[in-house]
Write a protein that binds this ligand. Structure first.
Ligand code: G16
Length: 557
């Protein structure tokens, strides 16, 4: 509980003065549209962002003070977006996304028109949220490889310094590494430290868990990773130094699209988002039929796999495939460990999940499957309610959560046979291998490689587990994407506004066998997204094109 001074104490008013000063230094752009803390924080053209980054520094400090000095993280990245974009997002103490209630405060202060409004916004928040300003404030931050990151770091640091926040700059990291460090920092003096508080600690944890998870198993040949010319490239190479060599382990990992010195090629015709949305291999692809490839996105929090068949037919193994593979394998391990009556598994997806994957989870794996709105923050919260919650967006963003009670069960369970011990050892290693703070391409990559090795699956066998419905993800620019509002509690599958549009979509969809189509405003790009699936490829393409055409005609820019 905060003391009686909560919400008002500011030693000599110096933080309030600091806010006034620093907002003068970083004025809000005059021509800018309203800033909104969206699906993954603030994201837009980098030159519009310095004032926002500064206000995020102020807000992150307030959040830390509110939480009695626990360390908050700030990541500067625009992930899969083009190089000229950038973004800034806040990470809560256990490595999770910023509490939703606070998104509106972030939006509020970012939109202050001048220094006086910024100071008023700051003072209002202190009172509204009852923040005791005597409390310490700690923030750690990092950025991806975008050149604009340097200036945004300076702006962020000004906001932190102006309000007396102690901060640590971790330089260039992947987004999930920053999430890891936030949790590791906040748990370091507890009975369950998450890991060493350093980038090296992250590699050590991953590498040692991977070695245990594949002990006695022969991994499956070679895999090539397209790193989107982003931060994942140097970080994956760093991790490789901690893994057994290919001659020791039998797994040969090749890194491509690793050019981080030329910003223009970041995410350009490569990376997880390109591969998923274009449904084709990235620039530089030279895979032979059935060779295993994976793509990270620009900040290495998403991963998809793929391969080509003879005749160069492209086959995608996306987030749904990783979710089903992981849920299936974890289910087997729980069963073999003798824990089946104590631990249940659930899968969480979004409306973008392929209908076949949902049917496979419910009907073949016989697991509970839930659907939430887009954005890992939504999936994460729902997954956290299960003993083991596997959550993945189709775009390859996801992870697995083990509840504290489940972790205890797994670690305290006494195996009754060598077979149980073997399964239990792998299960325990996976609880360390999986970055439970957030979707992590590096961690998910090692997880998939572990599972493929255990199950002796090639990509062909993995793909054969079920057959995807033909699907298409389109996007359409509109005059104002904020006009597109989804029905509450529909997991974004239906539109409430613009009036009449959902009825028109329903009419179009009804013409196609097993058609399904929904439209929602993106939270990271200035477009609305259109997802469709139908039993025939041709139908699916037509349906999405028709819906897109309707939107362009009535609501286009
Ligand atoms: C972010 C979010 C994801 C979301 C994606 C696209 O990913 O973290 O959960 O799926 O944006 O969102 P939207 O459709 O609203 O643009 P990332 O990898 O860009 O941070």
């Amino acid at each position: 509980m905060a003391d009686s001074n909560a919400g008002i104490f500011d030693p000599d008013g110096k933080y309030e003065q600091g806010v006034l000063q620093v907002s003068k230094e970083y004025p809000r752009p005059k021509d800018g549209a309203d800033f909104v803390y969206g699906t993954a924080g603030f994201r837009m053209k980098a030159d519009k962002l310095p004032s926002v980054a500064m206000t995020v520094g102020i807000l992150a400090g307030l959040r830390s003070r509110k939480l009695h000095g626990q360390t908050i993280g700030v990541m500067i990245t625009a992930s899969h977006n083009p190089a000229e974009d950038n973004g800034v997002k806040i990470v809560d103490p256990q490595g999770e996304m910023l509490e939703q209630e606070w998104e509106k405060y972030a939006t509020y202060i970012a939109n202050a028109k001048d220094q006086q409004e910024a100071q008023n916004a700051y003072m209002w928040m202190v009172k509204e949220v009852r923040i005791d300003q005597k409390k310490p404030a700690n923030v750690i931050f990092a950025r991806d490889t975008r050149p604009s990151g340097e200036e945004l770091v300076r702006a962020l640091k000004s906001g932190l310094d102006a309000t007396g926040v102690t901060s640590v700059d971790y330089g260039i990291l992947t987004t999930p590494q920053l999430h890891y460090l936030v949790k590791a920092t906040n748990t370091k003096d507890t009975s369950h430290p998450y890991g060493e508080v350093s980038e090296e600690g992250y590699y050590n944890k991953m590498a040692s868990a991977f070695k245990t998870a594949i002990e006695g198993i022969k991994p499956n040949g070679s895999v090539t990773v397209d790193c989107a010319n982003g931060v994942g490239a140097p970080k994956l190479k760093e991790l490789l130094k901690h893994l057994p060599s290919s001659s020791e382990s039998g797994l040969d990992i090749r890194v491509v699209n690793d050019n981080v010195s030329n910003a223009e090629v970041l995410n350009k015709d490569c990376g997880a988002d390109f591969v998923k949305t274009q449904q084709r291999a990235p620039a530089g692809f030279d895979g032979k039929p059935y060779e295993r490839w994976a793509s990270f996105d620009g900040d290495a929090d998403r991963i998809v796999y793929y391969f080509t068949t003879e005749g160069s037919i492209f086959r995608l193994l996306d987030g749904d495939r990783i979710a089903t593979l992981a849920a299936n394998f974890l289910g087997e391990l729980v069963q073999k460990s003798g824990l089946a009556d104590k631990i249940t598994i659930a899968v969480v997806q979004t409306a973008y999940a392929n209908g076949s994957s949902t049917r496979y989870i419910e009907q073949t794996l016989k697991l509970r499957c839930e659907c939430t709105s887009t954005g890992v923050k939504h999936l994460h919260h729902v997954a956290a309610r299960s003993d083991i919650g596997v959550y993945f967006e189709a775009n390859g963003h996801g992870t697995v959560l083990f509840s504290p009670q489940t972790l205890k069960r797994i670690h305290n369970h006494q195996p009754e046979s060598p077979a149980q011990l073997e399964a239990l050892t792998t299960l325990r290693a996976l609880t360390d291998l999986i970055n439970q703070t957030v979707g992590d391409a590096i961690s998910d990559f090692l997880l998939v490689e572990t599972i493929l090795a255990h199950k002796e699956y090639t990509v062909r066998e993995w793909l054969a587990t079920y057959t995807d419905m033909p699907n298409k993800l389109g996007k359409q620019r509109v005059a104002n994407r904020a006009d597109f509002v989804t029905v509450p509690d529909s997991a974004e599958r239906r539109l409430e506004k613009p009036a009449g549009l959902q009825e028109r979509i329903d009419e179009i969809v009804a013409k196609y066998k097993d058609g399904r189509c929904f439209v929602r405003a993106s939270g990271t790009e200035d477009v609305v997204r259109i997802y469709g699936e139908a039993s025939e490829v041709f139908d699916c393409e037509n349906m999405v094109r028709e819906v897109g055409g309707e939107i362009e005609r009535r609501f286009g820019p």
